[in-house]
Write a protein that binds this ligand. Structure first.
Ligand code: A3P
Length: 286
C-alpha cells in the first residue's frame, strides 16, 4: 500500500484519512470501557453496519425513529478514528461503540470491564469482494487494482486492518469470556429473527413478538438501503465518490462466486486451510 493512503500502526495498515497515532495510542492505553458499553467489533466489510442497525432497533424496542433520525456515526462511533473517539467521549451511557481494531490494539481496559462485545464475522471471500468494490469509491482506501492483484493483497494482509486471518484468530482467543458474543453475517441472513433473539438474550433485553418483527423489518436490506442515516449517502464527497458505487451494494451471501475464478478460489482455499489450521471452530462457510 502507498504512504499516500496508508500508514502502519504497530504492524497494522490503516488509512491516513481520519486516523492518528495519538488517538490509536489513547484508545489502546487510556480509553476506559464502561460496564454498560456494547461494542460491535468486526473486520471491515463483515456486516458491521447491519449489526449497528439491528442493535439500534433492539435498543428502541423495534421503533425505527432513532436509527432513521440519527447518523450511524453518532449512534455508534468508530472509536479508533479521531472523530469517533470524540463522539465516544461525549456519549451519555449506555454507549454503542464500534471498531475494526484487531484484539491487540483494542482498549486494554477491556480486560477488567464487563462491557458487552459482539464480534461479527463473514465468509472471507465475500469480505474480499465487498472490500474490492468499496475501495473503488471510498476515497481513504487505495484503488484495489485487478481482482487477481487484490486477492494477493487480501491474503497477505496488505489491506487496511491487516490480515483477516489474524483478526479472526486474535478475537477467537477471547471466545470463552462470557461478555463476548460471536455471530456471522451468514447466520443473520439465514435466520434474522432467530439471530435477533439470540442477540437480545446476550444483551439481557426482552422484546415481544411484534417488536421482534419490527427489528427484522427495519433491519432488512430493502429498508436499510433507503435509510439515509445508515446507507452512507450523507458521507461527504471528499470521503466517498457516490457516483462510483453504493455502500449498500448487494447484501447477499456467496457473491464471491460471481467474482473469483476457480483458480483464485482454490488458491484462497489453500491459504485459508493453512492459516486457519488448529483454530478448532467450524464456521458457516467451511
Ligand atoms: P456487500 O458489499 O457484499 O453488499 P460493513 O458494514 O462491515 O462495511 O459491511 C458491508 C456489507 O454489509 C456490504 O456487503 C453491505 O451491502 C452489507 N449490508 C449492510 N446492511 C445490510 C443488510 N441490512 N442486510 C444485508 N447486508 C447488509
Amino acid at each position: 500500500m502507498t504512504e499516500r493512503t496508508c500508514f502502519t500502526y504497530k504492524g497494522i495498515p490503516l488509512p491516513t484519512m481520519g486516523y492518528s497515532e495519538e488517538s490509536l495510542s489513547y484508545m489502546e492505553n487510556e480509553f476506559q470501557l464502561l460496564d454498560d458499553d456494547v461494542v460491535t467489533v468486526s473486520y471491515p466489510k463483515s456486516g458491521t453496519n447491519w449489526m449497528l442497525e439491528i442493535l439500534g432497533l433492539i435498543w428502541h424496542d423495534g421503533d425505527p425513529s432513532w436509527v432513521q433520525s440519527v447518523l450511524m456515526s453518532d449512534r455508534s462511533p468508530w472509536i479508533e478514528t479521531a472523530s469517533g473517539l470524540n463522539v465516544a467521549l461525549n456519549y451519555p451511557p449506555p454507549r454503542f461503540l464500534t471498531t475494526h481494531l484487531p484484539f491487540q490494539l483494542f482498549p486494554k481496559s477491556f480486560l477488567h470491564s464487563k462491557c458487552k462485545i459482539i464480534y461479527v464475522m463473514r465468509n472471507p471471500k465475500d469480505v474480499l469482494v465487498s472490500h474490492y468494490h468499496f475501495a473503488k469509491f471510498f476515497q481513504p482506501l487505495e484503488e484495489p487494482g485487478t481482482m487477481e492483484e487484490f486477492v494477493e493483497k487480501f491474503l497477505n494482509g496488505n489491506v487496511i486492518y491487516g490480515s483477516w486471518f489474524d483478526h479472526v484468530k486474535g478475537w477467537m482467543k477471547m471466545k470463552n469470556r462470557p461478555n463476548i458474543f460471536f455471530i456471522s453475517y451468514e447466520e443473520l441472513h439465514q435466520d434474522l429473527r432467530g439471530s435477533v433473539k439470540r442477540i437480545c438474550y446476550f444483551l439481557g433485553k426482552e422484546l415481544d413478538s411484534h417488536q421482534l418483527d419490527e427489528v427484522v423489518k427495519y433491519a432488512s436490506f430493502q429498508i436499510m438501503k433507503d435509510n439515509k442515516m445508515s446507507n452512507f449517502s450523507q458521507i461527504p464527497e471528499e470521503y466517498m465518490n457516490h457516483k462510483k458505487g453504493k455502500f449498500m451494494r448487494k447484501g447477499i451471501c456467496g457473491d464471491w462466486k460471481n467474482h473469483l475464478t476457480v483458480a483464485q478460489s482454490e488458491h484462497f482455499d489453500h491459504v485459508y486451510q493453512e492459516k486457519m489450521q488448529g483454530v478448532g471452530v467450524t464456521f458457516p462457510w467451511d
